[in-house]
Design a protein around this ligand. Structure first.
Ligand code: ATP
Ligand code: MG
Length: 391
């Protein structure tokens, strides 16, 4: 067993010793069986939250109304959730009510896909009530029970389905796919942030090309901000020349693929509730991309792009199969005398000491000095710069 499980075994043991049932459940068991990296383990138990808290010295009430207690043990934090069912879902996204139950089966039934219903006990025995093992073997994402009903309960599951396709390199089971196609409009009930999180995971997954295909085919893409009616353009994502490895590169690609003008990138990023930093980065990449793919890139342009936007723009160009002489641009960038404004040997204070009055002209002089150094017209030292600026 991987280290994460071994470390967590005493937690299960403590619950069992206190007379409760406890299992590893969900994604961690799936990923164990797929031999994928496991980032955290989730634990399900018959103990009520209060009983979980009594069993351990340190705990935090993270989501006690949903039955989740975070237990701190051996320097790790474990989410321990009481077996529960959900009901209601009037709003297609959150259950109106969760009910604690005493058996594991009821708990597993409420989960989204068969491969996410697997549980494992302390001795490593797998509980498989919905043929999750069979579907792992067949490599399919299949809703638990009636797919249609499950997507009505929680429309985010439709995005999770295509996201798992991408991450796990699985196919969508037929009925599950049909139910997504029939119910894609329900995605509009889900907050943009939650859709975004799934879409980014989809984009960065190893099987993103097929997942994008389904994301488009089923109509899900049309429910996303700024993507309605862009189906044909979005198909470009199914023909990329490699794998997207960076979130900002994904957003830049998306903007480029739907032909968004540079000055619309930040507002587009905002409609997706991205951070300002992510918005700026995507815009910088699109800007650099436009220039490198048009040719005519000066050393000053390279300096203004900076290393990050430049390398990511080249990555985007490579993924889109655009011919760009990346290596020569990177070599030219590497050879720039300075890479950052802060490396300039002089600053405003120095100019003032040289007798320049604080004024807009001072800013212009600094700009000239910076450009001169970046373009290799003057050495980056005080004496050379004083002569260059006639001071
Ligand atoms: P990962 O953490 O790798 O993204 P995961 O399967 O662990 O994947 P989580 O969101 O961490 O996904 O959820 C843990 C488990 O909770 C899932 O495996 C699944 O059993 C259940 N689950 C999560 N979200 C939903 C949902 N929207 N509907 C039903 N069950 C869900
Ligand atoms: Mg998880």
């Amino acid at each position: 067993l991987p280290e994460v499980f071994l470390k967590a075994q005493p937690v299960l043991q403590a619950l069992e010793d206190a007379g409760f049932e406890a299992y590893f459940v969900g994604g961690c068991v799936r990923d164990l069986l797929l031999d994928r990296h496991i980032h955290d383990v989730d634990i399900a138990t018959s103990a009520y939250p209060e009983e979980v808290k009594k069993t351990f010295a340190k705990s935090i009430d993270t989501g006690i109304q949903h039955g989740t207690v975070t237990v701190l043990y051996g320097g790790e934090a474990y989410e321990i959730t009481t077996f529960r069912t959900e009901s209601g879902y009037q709003d297609f996204r959150r259950p109106d009510k969760v009910t604690f139950v005493q058996n594991l089966e009821e708990d597993l039934k409420r989960r989204d896909f068969t491969i996410n219903t697997l549980a494992m006990n302390l001795s490593g025995e797998i509980v498989d009530l919905f043929d999750g093992l069979g579907d792992l073997q067949k490599k399919v994402i299949k809703a638990v029970g009636v797919a249609e009903d499950r997507f009505h309960e929680d429309a985010l599951r439709m995005m999770r389905a295509v996201r798992f396709m991408s991450q796990l390199n699985f196919a969508l089971e037929e009925k599950t796919e049909a139910a997504i196609a029939d119910n894609h409009v329900l995605l509009s009930k889900i907050s943009v942030e939650r859709i975004r999180e799934e879409l980014v995971k989809l984009a960065l997954g190893p099987n993103s090309q097929e997942a994008f295909d389904k994301f488009i085919d089923t109509g899900l893409s049309g429910e996303c901000p700024g993507l309605a009616g862009q189906e044909e353009k979005l198909r470009v994502f199914t023909q990329l020349k490699g794998r997207i490895t960076d979130e900002a590169v994904f957003w830049a690609l998306l903007a480029l693929i739907i032909n968004l003008p540079v000055n619309k990138v930040t507002s587009f990023m905002r409609t997706w509730k991205n951070s300002n930093a992510m918005g700026q980065e995507a815009k910088a990449i699109v800007t650099a991309f436009d220039q490198v793919t048009m040719g005519q890139v000066s050393n000053w342009d390279l300096f203004v792009f900076g290393q990050n936007a430049l390398t990511k723009a080249l990555e985007a160009a490579a993924l889109l199969g655009q011919p760009v002489s990346s290596q020569s641009l990177l070599d030219r960038y590497a050879a720039l005398p300075i890479k950052d404004k802060g490396e300039l040997a002089v600053d405003g204070g120095w100019l003032i000491k040289k007798g320049v009055k604080p004024s807009p002209a001072l800013g212009d002089l600094l700009d000239r000095a910076l450009k001169g150094v970046v373009l290799g017209q003057v050495a980056n030292d005080e004496e050379s710069l004083a002569a260059f600026l006639d001071l």
